[in-house]
Ligand binder design. Structure first.
Ligand SMILES: Cc1cc2nc3c(=O)[nH]c(=O)nc-3n(C[C@H](O)[C@H](O)[C@H](O)COP(=O)(O)O)c2cc1C
Length: 415
């Protein structure tokens, strides 16, 4: 009987355990987690979501405070379009995080960065280019382009000296999105080095509409593999979303996938960036506690635990400090929703906003508990302790369970 360890993922000169731990913003897929996954021979991701906040926390910089000081005059204004990112500081924050992660790397695995196109930052192209180029300057081994179609993203960095050496991957949720990407990207003469096919059970933002439940990862993966075969394209395909056991992963590898991308099981790893109390919320969640809703200002449906404190919260937008979701015109649908509620309840000291959330502030504070669909099975992957809490796992334990387990078994940790 085969197991994940019988397969290898080849990327450039590297031969890897075919387990990729997906990017999880904001700093949920921390440097600690990525470094550990690389040590074990797989691919770990850091994320560049809210990179200035991450840098301030991890590397003692003051990017957020400085930005807020610069734009303090605008805090009470409805119009957020004057709030811009300083591209030099954005590059500096990215470099710090990437260098900080890469300098700790050991083992035969790799460390990639997850870059979301939907972090439009009031200057989508300019900020994405700076984020990707600074990551390459700082020695990142791969960039996974997420949350968006990325039709022009490769072209943004084609003049960079590492354009052909860094591993570049895209995340798609349909053959159509892949076809579109390949067509638009043809001019750069650069194919993706890997394609993550993310299905409807994944965590974070989904590449589907609210009809996500009608789709199925295995079907989309089969279609993508067949399409690449028809086009004579030899690109590793990496399914993601709902791959919970080593056996689930092995089934995809036997069907022609080059690796799997997983995340949910690592949200309860010691090395994962979620606060300890939030990890317990993930363990406790039942299937009914998990929903896909439309409160993310990105416009993409997002999966989260219903009890997330950020749902319904009507806090004042904090674009002067953050502002990662301001579109090219300096607008964010949470700001619009917030202003609407303030106008409707002029006397209220505290308002509620149900249709959108201030994702920047709440992801920063770990108050939107985004998660994969199978989060409700996490309690079956560990032990319940005497005080009623669940035992947090090591990333090594989870990684090796994926790597070696068979027959849908999940190894419990030692007490
Ligand atoms: C807590 C959490 C946060 C996530 N954040 C991101 C993100 O910032 N960017 C992204 O591309 N994918 C994100 N994802 C998706 C994962 O990278 C991954 O593709 C997917 O969740 C794999 O499915 P699984 O969680 O069922 O294993 C997130 C997933 C989780 C669980």
């Amino acid at each position: 009987m085969k197991r994940v360890d019988d397969f290898r993922l080849r990327l450039g000169k590297h031969e890897l355990v075919p387990i990729m731990v997906g990017g999880m913003g904001v700093d949920i897929s921390s440097a600690d987690l990525a470094v550990e996954v690389a040590r074990l021979g797989g691919v770990g991701h850091i994320s560049d979501a809210m990179i200035k906040t991450v840098s301030d926390r991890r590397y003692k910089t003051k990017f957020v405070k400085d930005k807020l000081a610069l734009y303090k005059y605008n805090v009470e204004n409805e119009d957020k379009s004057p709030v811009k990112f300083d591209l030099g500081k954005l590059a500096e924050a990215t470099r710090l995080h990437v260098e900080g992660s890469m300098s700790r790397k050991t083992g035969d695995g790799m460390i990639f960065i997850n870059c979301m196109e939907k972090l439009t930052m009031n200057a989508p192209k300019e900020t994405l280019k700076v984020r990707m180029e600074a990551a390459m300057d700082a020695g990142i081994e791969g960039i996974t382009l997420a949350a968006g179609l990325h039709l022009g993203s490769f072209a943004l960095i084609e003049a960079h000296p590492r354009f052909r050496d860094v591993q570049l991957g895209i995340i798609v949720s349909s053959v159509r999105a892949l076809q579109l990407f390949l067509k638009k990207n043809f001019r750069t003469g650069r194919l993706p080095d890997y394609i993550v096919v993310e299905g409807p059970l994944a965590g974070g933002h989904l590449g589907f509409g609210m009809d996500w439940a009608q789709y199925d990862l295995a079907t989309i993966v089969t279609e993508v593999i067949q399409y690449l075969k028809n086009e004579n394209l030899d690109i590793p395909v990496i399914p993601a979303g709902g791959i919970f056991t080593g056996s689930d992963a092995t089934a995809f590898l036997e069907a022609g996938a080059a690796a799997v991308q997983v995340a949910t099981r690592f949200t309860v790893a010691e090395e994962c960036g979620l606060p300890t109390a939030v990890k317990q919320e993930y363990f406790k969640a039942s299937e009914e506690d998990i929903e896909v809703n439309q409160i993310s200002p990105t416009g993409y449906p997002m999966r989260m635990i219903k009890g997330s404190p950020g749902i319904g919260s009507g806090i004042r937008p904090n674009c002067e400090a953050y502002g990662y979701l301001l579109d090219a015109n300096g607008k964010c649908s949470y700001v619009t929703a917030y202003n609407r509620e303030v106008a409707a309840h002029p006397e209220a000291r505290k308002i509620t906003v149900m249709d959108k959330t201030c994702l920047c502030t709440h992801m920063r504070n770990f108050d939107i508990w985004t998660c994969g669909h199978l989060t409700y099975r996490l309690k079956d992957t560990t032990r319940r302790l005497e005080d009623g809490s669940y035992q947090v796992l090591s990333a090594e334990h989870i990684f090796k369970d994926y790597q070696f387990s068979v027959e849908q078994k999940i190894a419990l940790p030692e007490l």
